[in-house]
Ligand binder design. Sequence first.
Ligand code: FPP
Length: 323
Amino acid sequence: MVAALPKERQNAANVSRSELNCTGNPTVWQSGLQQRELCTIWVAFMKDLLDSMAAGDRDRSVALSLDPSRIPAHIAIIMDGNGRWANRRSLPRIAGHRAGVHAVRETVETCARLGLEALTLYAFSTENWKRPRVEVDMLWRLLRVFLKKELQTLQDNNIQLLAIGRLEFLPAKVQDELQSVIALTALNTGMRLALAINYSGRAELVDAVNAILGRARRENRLDSLRVDEDAVSRHLYTSALPDPDLLIRTSGEMRISNFLLWQIAYAELYVTDTLWPDFTRSELLRAVSEYGKRERRFGGLSATHREEAAFSESVPEEIAVPT
Ligand code: FPP
């Protein structure tokens, strides 16, 4: 189905109809929309993004090829490779983090313009405290500067800021700055940007279990307590967000690194060799385009195999499970 069109996006974008290849794709056509209506919705949905691109911009053709019914609602990103980026330039590691802020800004803006519901960025893990003190301190300073400088951009793009992780262990000044921007953007209705700070997926699960137990103890129902998946989800730091559809990791490492362990159960993975400071709007759009081509089965069967299964009446004897 085509996603509902937010009110603020109902003016047509600065794009000519001939630029569009609105010949339709099966998913969208199944929704019964006429080609003309489909084009109008498509253009309106992508308005913000297309308006930010000049006529000859190469990203424009990638954006124009995206299928609005196959844009992830939530992207989560492991921003890796800042240190290597700096190393390759014989610069101190912190120069890589500083360059990484530029990629953060571009990614946040592009995701908001794509109409994503949520973007989660892994900014600092509970393991990152093992780094040299000077690097950790500089990361906190960068985060504070980012929050101060980007507040206006968040407001202009109607973005709501959230933070997930054990925030109570952050330096007081960082906590204050975070809480201030969270409060100031709380009424924004567009994309939610969640910064994972002092975050660990295992710690999040431990916190969720303890929250469930604590509540049951307070309400005197420990003996009858039964926990199901829904209860766990509701007690995660991300309870207000949909699970990520797409997990991007930069710098080529094939690891999850303790990030959103519960939530990424069925996320599509996109790993790129690009180091985080070099991650651009073009690469983000490529990842979204690649996501659009994936078939998500959630443990079930593809459409073709479902049809085949429906037609096959009996299991051949040679593969039947012995009784
Ligand atoms: C991993 O690269 C990156 C981090 C631990 C920090 C990420 C921080 C930023 C992108 C900048 C600040 C963030 C915000 C949200 C303003 P690494 O240092 O592990 O790289 P390496 O694996 O090449 O050493």
